[in-house]
Every structure is written in C-alpha cells, then in structure tokens.
Ligand binder design. Structure first.
Ligand code: HEM
Length: 387
C-alpha cells in the first residue's frame, strides 16, 4: 500500500490506524480516518513535522557523499520545522504568495492558458494526439511561481527535472545506483540555489534581511521549487484526466450549473497530488485507542481521509458541491497547512475553466502513469485524441 496507495480500492477495509512495514523494514503508523488525520495535524506538539523531508529509502554513503560535495543541507525551514523560526519564515513566504498578489496574477494566467488551449483545440481538430501534461500542466505552475517569487534564472526543463528528481530521491523506494544518479541531479541544482540564495532579490533577500542563515534561505527556495509547482502540475494533470471521464460535470460547467470552484475542491478530495504526509510522534501517546511510541513515523493518508464516509455523502463519486466535498485534507491542516493553497486553487480554476471544453468528444490515448512513491503522484503524461 505504502508506495501505490492510489491503487487501493476504497472498498478495501482498513483499520483506523495500521502499522505497515516499508521496503526496508521500517514500521509506519498509517492513519486512515479523516478525524484522526486532522487530530494529528492540529497538534504539532505531540506529532512533530521534523520527518517531513526525510528520505524514505535511507541514503547510502555514496549518495550522501555526492550531496555533501554540493553542500546539500535541508535545515528546518517550512514543512519540516517545528522550531521558533517557523512562524517568521512562513510569514515571509506567505507575504510573497499573498491572496492579493495571486488574484492580480489571474488575468495573465488566463490569457496564457486561453492561447494554449486555442492551439491545442486546433491540433485536436486536425486529428493529432495532444499531451495535456506536457503542453499545459507541466510548466504553468512554475511560470506562475516565478512571477510571485524571484527564482534563479534557469530553464523550465532544468527546474522540472530537479524537482522531480528530489521527489523521487526523498519519497520513492530506490536502489543505490538510482539514488546516486538522483543525488547528482539534486545536488547540481542545489548549488545553483545556494548561489542565488546569497545574492538573489525578492523572497531570498527578505529572508536574509530577517537574519536567516544561507542554509535556511536555500531550504525555503528548495521547498518552494519542489512543492510550489510540481504538486500543482500533478494536480492539473490528474484533474483533467478525471474530468475526461465525468461528462455530466463538464456539461454542468458548460451550462453554468456546476461551479468551477466546486470542481476544484472535489478534484482535490478525489485526486490529491499529495496522497500522504508524514509526522513523527514526539512522546509516547495514543491515537484512536492505539498506543504509539515516541519516534514512530506516522503516515497520514490524506487521500483516504478525503473519501471517509463519515465526512462525505458519496465518497467515491465526483459530485461537485456535495456535502463534505470541501472538508478534504489535501492541503494539510494546522500550523503547517499549505501556504500556496490559494495559488494552486487559482491556477486550477483557470485551467479547468479554459481547458475543460477540450475534453468533449476525446478518447484517452495514454492515461497518466504514476511511479511508486510514498507521497507524490508524479503523473508522466496524459495524451488525448478527438474521436
Ligand atoms: C494542488 C497543489 C498543492 C497541494 C495539494 C499542496 C499540499 C500541501 C501539503 C499537504 C502540505 C503539508 C501541510 C501540513 O503539514 O499540514 C503543504 C505545505 C506547503 N505547501 Fe503546498 N500544496 C500545493 C501547492 C503549493 C503551492 C502552489 C505552493 C507555493 C507556491 C505551496 C507551498 C507550500 C509550503 C511553503 C508548505 C509548507 C508550509 C509550512 O510548513 O508552514 N504548495 N502543501
């Protein structure tokens, strides 16, 4: 279950919490119910976030040496930080992603997406196959992020390769050769980030001015470049694929009887790009009546929590606006709740509003395929063709 949790049928019965051993024999406490996942997220004292970015496949010395050569470090900054510096770092990042700045970006994004969709419609009309991941979902979130946060001047493809390598290196089951290759890729771009962190403007300059060490600035940029764009690319791909099989929802969008915002929330509930997120027990405690020892890795099954029948009327059906639809935990909750939620929602709303009509009358040539991963879906392609 751990590395392909999205394949697990919702009919499969799971206890509220279950101990599951991973590929290297480490036990994780998997939390399956909405109320318990929420309880953990809401209590950062008992359940700490320090393990959020730990490599699920322990790194062999060779890979660690490669990272060390690039002076790679991930100190507590955002998702993995329960220390006193967290609120301030989060505040500076939140300022860069302020809802007003996100709203101001919307017309630019809508224009960009409209132009692309028109070209894609022409290609579909001409009978050509179209990969909606490659042509729409892959780069938009990074282009949008770059307008809000000053980033190193690197080609989009380079950043995407680095981000996907990081998601694989830290969250996938891997062999030693693959770890070395990924460590090289991640380390190389980390050097670019380190240089930029020392001199760059915008967010990097604000963090420096607030007295944060170069490692913290690099850590914040690292997390933003990975979580702040790759997640949304994945979500857009999964949501467009899902909508291809939901003609009634598309008809409702067309007729104006289904709200785009409701489609996004139902999409986040049913197709979250982040399927699990980790915490670690800080003390001996209990969860749902089960004793949990200090140090236990806790895997919060966010995707399953979104389908909890205690919360949603028809858990498996895509019904925008249904009772409980918005109560998903796709963005986490509490002190570490996703700071980019507003941005991700705006991007998804633009893409759904503009691109949903492309899906009428198409056939799926190649559905998204997702490699084994504890946390991220990472779809690789989504190809359609007009019937
Ligand atoms: C659909 C897209 C996205 C999803 C599903 C998502 C999901 C998540 C989740 C599950 C967490 C952990 C929350 C917790 O521990 O309670 C998180 C944290 C975070 N996300 Fe997102 N995210 C998305 C997009 C973004 C974007 C676009 C940005 C910024 C540009 C972003 C920035 C962050 C940051 C900075 C944190 C760490 C917050 C903290 O620890 O204080 N995310 N996100």
């Amino acid at each position: 279950m751990l590395f392909r949790s999205w394949d697990e049928s919702v009919d499969e019965r799971w206890p509220d919490v279950a101990t599951v051993a991973d590929h290297v024999g480490v036990d994780h406490l998997v939390v399956t119910r909405h109320a318990l996942v929420r309880q953990v997220l809401a209590d950062p004292t008992t359940w700490r976030p320090e393990n959020a970015l730990d490599a699920v496949t322990p790194m062999p010395v060779a890979a660690l040496r490669i990272l060390a050569r690039h002076r790679f470090r991930l100190p507590p900054t955002l998702a993995n930080n329960s220390g006193p510096s967290h609120p301030q770092i989060r505040g500076i990042v939140a300022e860069a992603l302020h809802p007003d700045r996100v709203a101001a970006l919307q017309p630019w994004l809508a224009d960009l997406v409209r132009g692309r969709v028109a070209r894609l419609a022409d290609a579909l009309d001409a009978g050509e196959p179209v990969d909606l991941y490659a042509t729409l979902a892959a780069d938009l979130p990074l282009l949008a992020l770059a307008r809000l946060v000053a980033l190193p001047d690197a080609p989009v493809g380079t950043v995407k390769e680095f981000a996907r390598a990081a998601l694989e290196l830290f969250w996938a089951p891997l062999d030693a050769d693959r770890q070395q290759a990924l460590a090289t890729e991640v380390g190389r771009f980390h050097t670019v980030l380190r240089d930029f962190a020392a001199t760059g403007g915008g967010l990097a300059a604000s963090l420096r001015a607030a007295g944060h060490s170069p490692d913290v600035v690099v850590g914040a940029l690292f997390f933003l470049l990975v979580a702040g764009q790759e997640t949304t690319s994945q979500f857009l791909t999964l949501l467009l694929h899902r909508l291809t099989g939901e003609p009634e929802v598309r008809a409702g969008l067309r007729a104006g009887t289904v709200a785009v915002a409701d489609v996004i929330e139902e999409g986040l509930r049913l197709e979250p790009p982040i399927v699990t997120w980790r915490r670690v027990a800080a003390v001996d405690t209990t969860l749902g009546g089960t004793a949990v020892a200090a140090g236990t890795s806790v895997v919060l099954w966010l995707a399953r929590a979104g389908r909890d029948p205690a919360v949603v009327a028809t858990p498996d059906a895509f019904r925008p606006g249904q009772r409980g639809s918005r109560r998903h935990l796709a963005f986490g909750a509490g002190a570490h709740r996703c700071v980019g939620a507003q941005l991700a929602r705006m991007e998804a709303a633009v893409v759904v509003a503009e691109a949903a009509p492309l899906l009428d009358g198409v056939t799926v040539v190649r559905p998204p395929w997702c490699p084994d991963n504890l946390t991220f879906r990472m779809p690789d392609a989504f190809v359609i063709r007009r019937r």
